[in-house]
Write a protein that binds this ligand. Sequence first.
Ligand code: ZN
Length: 64
Amino acid sequence: MEKERNNINVNDIYMMKKSHPCGGNLWTVIKTGVDIKLKCNTCNRIIVLTRFDFLKKFKKKVSE
Ligand SMILES: [Zn+2]
């Protein structure tokens, strides 16, 4: 289970617990590592979260 949670890959799409101010809550992973870079699927804004924060904030993986 823990292994599964840490399996974050580029192009995976995640739903976050809190939606973005633009109204969307689906994000595409564009870079992984210590930090996770995500692009909002609705407004194309890019954010960077630490892996730790990311694991706390996402709700579920939508597709990979
Ligand atoms: Zn957005």
